[in-house]
Design a protein around this ligand. Structure first.
Ligand code: NAD
Ligand code: IPM
Ligand code: MN
Length: 361
């Protein structure tokens, strides 16, 4: 099957890691009969903004709408304010297409050393489910007044529909895993949106008697994720809280260089968006230092979304092998290989796996 993929490398290391993800996808397409990708490259991002005054064209979403999926690197450039660039490219896709499910798995792979002492590969395996379209990211507020009178209002939006659909998704996901669903809020301090959130969790929990539901305050959850990450299975939280928790989860499972992400809606009414958890990492951009594993595992999530289970599994195995052997890795994981060398190693493993008799299709 031929999948139409919109490719948006974006800014900084986004460009470097997406190139390696495409290498892996090409290796899969070369080795699996019937699998093909039609890439449409979009040169959208901060360079375009500096040149033309906008991150993407006015009809950008219409161009993306006809695609099956969007593969994105990262957005953000020190020469432009982040709230301008992110509200010009990444956030309009999630919001405009109502891609309400944010999926951010964090797994400590064998061969990767956690910053937490004594954690072994396989011991941390959790998923942060992020509400992607409302909460603290709702574009609700403004700045009024001048000088000493300047006043900003930044409101959070929590709708029953919005909370219910993401909470239900999290429960269903937990059902396919270890059957533990942790909802993370701050309803002791935030007495409207988060109180509604907690109430919806209790109601939906009644539909899932086979799943253990627990509720934690976000400060305690952050502490507990560090103290005993192995406890966690599926955790669901608002847009901002899950954003923070997903970087934390990445931090204890090898760092930003290995953390993949996906955003989609369940009815597939718009293309899913696949981008790693990390940003454009201006501190290491352009030097071949970025770890492409996060972007490659993100490509694996895209394959699963597209229904290409075999390709997804081959790619996963190639990454697992690379991490387990630990010979070709970037400096963030203690190695000295470049971004491209890691990408080449994983693509070669894909090729190899596909020529083994039990893997060929
Ligand atoms: P970041 O994720 O870019 O970087 C945080 C740290 O992780 C840095 O030390 C960086 O070097 C490291 N890192 C990130 N990706 C890495 C990789 N692939 N391999 C090895 N190390 C990696 O976060 P930041 O510095 O807060 O943000 C930089 C810019 O990216 C900002 O403009 C921010 O708004 C933007 N941002 C964009 C996205 C996105 O497009 N999805 C996500 C997060 C941040
Ligand atoms: C992410 C990023 C974005 C987010 C920012 C850059 C707006 O941090 O993808 O996690 O918070 O959604
Ligand atoms: Mn983030």
């Amino acid at each position: 099957m031929c999948h139409r993929i919109a490719v948006i490398p974006g800014d900084g290391v986004g460009r470097e890691v997406v190139a390696e993800g495409l290498k892996a996808l090409d290796a899969l397409a070369a080795g699996i009969s019937g699998l093909a990708f039609e890439y449409t490259m979009f040169d959208w991002g901060s360079e375009r903004h500096l040149r033309e005054g906008a991150m993407m064209p006015a009809d950008g979403l219409d161009l993306l709408r006809r695609m099956d999926a969007i593969y994105l690197g990262a957005v953000g450039d020190p020469r432009l304010p982040d709230h301008v660039t992110l509200h010009g490219l990444l956030l309009p896709i999630k919001m405009g297409f109502d891609l309400y499910v944010g999926l951010r798995p964090a797994c400590l792979y064998p061969g990767v050393t956690s910053v937490l002492a004594g954690k072994k590969g396989g011991e941390i395996d959790l998923v942060v489910v992020r509400e992607n379209t409302e909460g603290e990211y709702a574009d609700l507020g403004g700045i009024v007044g001048q000088g000493g009178q300047e006043t900003a209002v930044q409101a959070g939006l929590f709708t029953r529909r919005g909370v219910e659909r993401i909470v239900r998704f999290a429960f269903e996901l937990a059902r396919t895993r270890r059957r533990l669903m942790t909802s993370v809020t701050k309803s002791n301090a935030q007495k409207y949106g988060m109180v509604l959130w907690d109430r919806v969790v209790r109601e939906v929990a009644a539909e899932f008697p086979d799943v253990t539901a627990e509720s934690r305050l976000v400060d305690a959850a952050a502490m507990d994720l560090v103290r005993r990450p192995e406890h966690y299975d599926v955790s669901v939280a608002s847009n901002l809280f899950a954003d923070i928790l997903s970087d934390l989860a990445a931090g204890i499972t090898g760092g930003m260089g290995v953390a993949p992400g996906a955003s989609f809606r369940r009815d597939r009414g718009a293309p899913g968006l696949f981008d790693p958890v990390h940003g454009s990492a201006p501190d290491i951009a352009g030097q071949g230092l970025a770890n492409p594993v996060a972007a490659i595992l993100t490509a694996r999530m895209m394959l699963e979304y597209l229904g290409e289970a075999q390709a997804a599994e081959v790619l996963h195995e190639a990454v697992r092998q690379n991490l387990r052997e630990g010979r070709v890795r970037t400096p963030d994981l203690g190695g000295s290989a470049s971004t491209a060398e890691v990408g080449d190693d994983i693509a070669r493993r894909v090729q190899e796996l596909l020529t083994l008799p039990d893997r060929a299709s």
